[in-house]
Design a protein around this ligand. Sequence first.
Ligand code: ADP
Ligand code: MG
Length: 614
Amino acid sequence: MADIINLLPDNIANQIAAGEVIQRPASAVKELLENAVDAGATEVRLFVKDAGKELVQVIDNGSGMSETDARMCFERHATSKIETIEDLFHIRTMGFRGEALASIAAVAQVELKTRMHQEEIGTYIEIDNSVVKKQEPCQTAPGTSIAMKNLFFNVPARRNFLKSNAAEMRHIVDEFIRVALAFPHLQFSLNSNGQEMFHLERGSLKQRVVSILGQHYNAKLVTVKESTDYMNIHGFVGKPETAKKTRGDQFFFVNNRFIKSSYLNHAVMNAFSEMIPADSFPLYALFIDLDPAHVDINVHPTKQEIKFDDERILYAFVQSAIKHALAQFSVTPALDFELDPGIQQLDALTQPFTDQKKAQSSNTSIYKTFTHANQAHVIDRSSNLLHWKELYGAPADKDKDLSPELPPVSTASVIDERWQEAATDQKVPVQVHQQYILSQIKSGFILIDQRAAHERILYERYQKALSEKPIATQQSLFPQTLELLPADAVLITEMLPDLQALGYDLEPFGQSTFVVRGTPADIQSGNEQASIEGLLEQFKHFSQELKLNRREQLIRSMARNNAIPAGKALGTREMQNIIDELFACVTPNVSPGGRFTFISFKMNDLERMFERGA
Ligand code: ADP
Ligand code: MG
């Protein structure tokens, strides 16, 4: 029998291997852009024709290559980025496998022009199907230009698999955006069929995000920034109102590498959970930096997954960093972008990690400390209050009942002099149409929706009741019986322990009947029955609307049910209480259902409005 095993020729071996790295024009875009970044370029220009099927070219002003390297770089496993296996754990470059250029050369026609800055003359190389066709000295600008032409010209079957130009172009733009977001200090441009689609000047991350995603996001981004010894996170999330019905602008980068992680995405969604409708998606561009030793990036280059040595810590970290940022965005005008991130109490966040360092051995307890609510890194209520005081200046004089009448409120909010005088001195809140509370703050005024605000207050109070301290029950003088439908009776029975913690004292009395012996102390007596029926109604309503766990559903229902309605006249002291309690909340700016509890009007905005009106 004759021997039958052959060694595959290089070009075929390369073609096979290339299938993993270069699947479509966008894969080449990613690899070439990353090579330019790794080469230290400050300007990177991408040109495509026919959605990359005809041409993908990247021109950079990076280091350039020597004559020998220019030839070497197309060899499989040729890389300048690692030498030993240990280097893998300290990777700071985007590439390291030495496969991209070899793969591209195996499935396309490639033209390379490169010149090192200190050299006068550069190198030109032409490769088809892994075979060098031409190599000669050339005149060229310092840096590198690599053009990939006619992708899969030699593998027609794969060329047929390419999608429509629109679809391939979408992939290209996605890859371009991911690299451009990760390196805002570099200039990028994208030119398609002779037309410039993107021209991104160097700038801050915020400028980069806005120039990619749209100027209208300018005032709609909340800064996220937290540092610990173990890892840092920075970037932006969109304010809750920017959440969209479609998943879209969501970007996670780990050590500047774009990744997809449904796990971390979940952490973000969780942080937003009370603020946006369940089926909508917030915008985010978040950068996590940690020691490469904690990350395994040696997964497949085209898969955007990544392995961490402790995912749970990362999850808790991401979630709390975002909650922290969101909790403060509208309370503290000082938290606008350009301002000092120091206000975000970085120390508070650092704390658990410092502890961790000290007691590295007892991993599990540390983990508990870190993930447990009410730890230092979770929002500190008193600090919120502090911001609030800052906002308002001196505390209001609660005992003086001044309720001057407000003239009809138009969008420009006319404030009569009498009010303004009173407010400047006393900061007395004013009720508007028995629905809103107008309250002056240092930088302007806010309009609080009394119902939404009270819902938020109650919601957090009930949350606390379930987790820490049960609410006091007010015993009824004349216990009432409550007749329920059998299905409702089952519901109530299941919820009895929670209801107890929330201040209800109910006792089963026969099949579908309960005796109401007491209700939460803050519910007016005489309303016992109505309060429970209303609660049931809300509860059932919620189960159709949202998928929440029972407890969450219960306290949301209670909050909604017991909140001060619109149309209720409030005294100064009541209004002041609402304001104080609202801003002692962890998340004061939205109701549990995601509505705004208040809107702020800044003096500069008002001034602008008047000018425009004139
Ligand atoms: P990797 O990036 O994984 O090292 P590549 O195949 O992408 O592998 O590139 C091989 C080598 O070619 C790189 O390690 C680098 O030394 C060199 N190289 C590639 N692109 C450029 C460029 N634009 N400028 C300078 N050198 C480059
Ligand atoms: Mg590379």
